[in-house]
Design a protein around this ligand. Structure first.
Ligand code: ATP
Length: 196
């Protein structure tokens, strides 16, 4: 079974594209969702967070995502520490999940893949692209946040050029190109590669 990464910059439309793959019957694992679940439920992850960041980020016994987000927002070292706790747990969770799936390929959707080099452990990487202005517009609309906040989160991600260099397939979600035919073409390509 092939393991395929699906990534893209903030607001590129990764989750939207992942839903189309899911409609085609492809099992999709959301790394971002898994990270949130592990933080809320996994005792080991919670203990590590407490040990690293102290009681200020724990509320009623579990890590408070808002407090953690505020802490890592402008502190690169804190963000790296949090990622060192969460990412291995998410990887293990994905491996366990994939082992239970029966399909020619599965998708691991994640905002951060190229940045950590995790894509090198996968069989194929699909990158969703959209112009920066459009991505900002979408996230401001979706989250009710500010342009500056979105730009700041973009600063923690790889550049569009770095992602595209690592891509085996690219889906253009700029708002003018139709997405579903592109997903169908990539799906057929991966099926061919995975079953060759
Ligand atoms: P994040 O990195 O923040 O999780 P994402 O890459 O997963 O974002 P989505 O959540 O799929 O992106 O899309 C961002 C927003 O843009 C959503 O509200 C989605 O409905 C909207 N969107 C996605 N694609 C398009 C499109 N082609 N045209 C208009 N809106 C779109």
């Amino acid at each position: 079974m092939w393991k395929v990464g699906l990534t893209g910059g903030i607001g590129s439309g990764k989750t939207t594209v992942a839903k189309v793959f899911a409609v085609l019957g492809v099992p999709v694992f959301s790394s971002d969702e898994a990270g949130r679940r592990l933080l809320a439920e996994d005792r080991h992850v919670q203990q590590e967070v407490l040990r690293t960041f102290g009681p200020a980020v724990i509320k009623e016994g579990i890590p408070d995502r808002k407090a953690l987000a505020a802490l890592v927002f402008s502190d690169q070292e804190a963000l790296a520490s949090l990622n060192r706790i969460i990412h291995p747990a998410v990887r293990a969770s994905f491996a366990a999940w994939a082992a239970l799936r029966k399909a020619p390929y599965v998708i691991n959707e994640a905002a951060i893949l190229v940045e950590t080099g995790i894509h090198l452990q996968l069989d194929h990487l699909v990158v969703v692209k959209a112009p920066e202005d459009e991505r900002i517009r979408r996230v401001v609309l979706r989250d009710g946040t500010t342009e500056n906040a979105v730009r700041s989160r973009m600063g923690n991600q790889a550049t569009e050029a770095a992602r595209t260099r690592a891509a085996g397939s690219v889906i253009n979600n700029d708002g003018t190109c139709l997405v579903i035919p592109q997903v169908l073409a990539v799906h057929r390509k991966i099926l061919q590669l995975a079953t060759a």
